[in-house]
Design a binder for this molecule. Sequence first.
Ligand code: 5GP
Ligand code: ZN
Length: 141
Amino acid sequence: MKTDKGCIFCKIIAGEIPAVKIWEDKEFMAMLDIHPASIHGGHVLIMPKEHFELITDVPDNVLKDMGIAIKKISGALLKYGEGLNVVQNNKKVAGQYVPHVHFHLIPRFENDGVRIEKWEVNNYNRGEMEKVASKIKKLMK
Ligand code: 5GP
Ligand code: ZN
């Protein structure tokens, strides 16, 4: 199993740094984020125990299993709060500060002040949408 000596999440998984764990199995660990997105807490981070940096680095079978684990914890968090955001950041420009792939599971409450879905909306110029879609489709090949 790949680990990274300088990675804080690898250190937590190895038991070298304490964490408040919610759930774990052979492949994954879920813990409370030390800095929850809202005053209500319950913000969970779930990650593979093996060190991968980006979502695209995770093997397909591991990612499939992680989807099931995310669903399991989401069920509990939807009861803990009134709604739930599942967020996963890749690279610094997208807000990834810990380079060990993880999903944020953020319970939501009325007027909780969490800003995830509140980005400024933009508009495409005429014909631009088709061009962008065609670019992405080519990148998927
Ligand atoms: P990112 O910005 O990389 O998507 O998210 C990293 C998250 O890890 C942040 O929300 C941050 O609060 C959390 N975090 C960073 N260091 C620790 C730690 O030592 N313990 C716990 N439980 N969470 C951490
Ligand atoms: Zn790591």
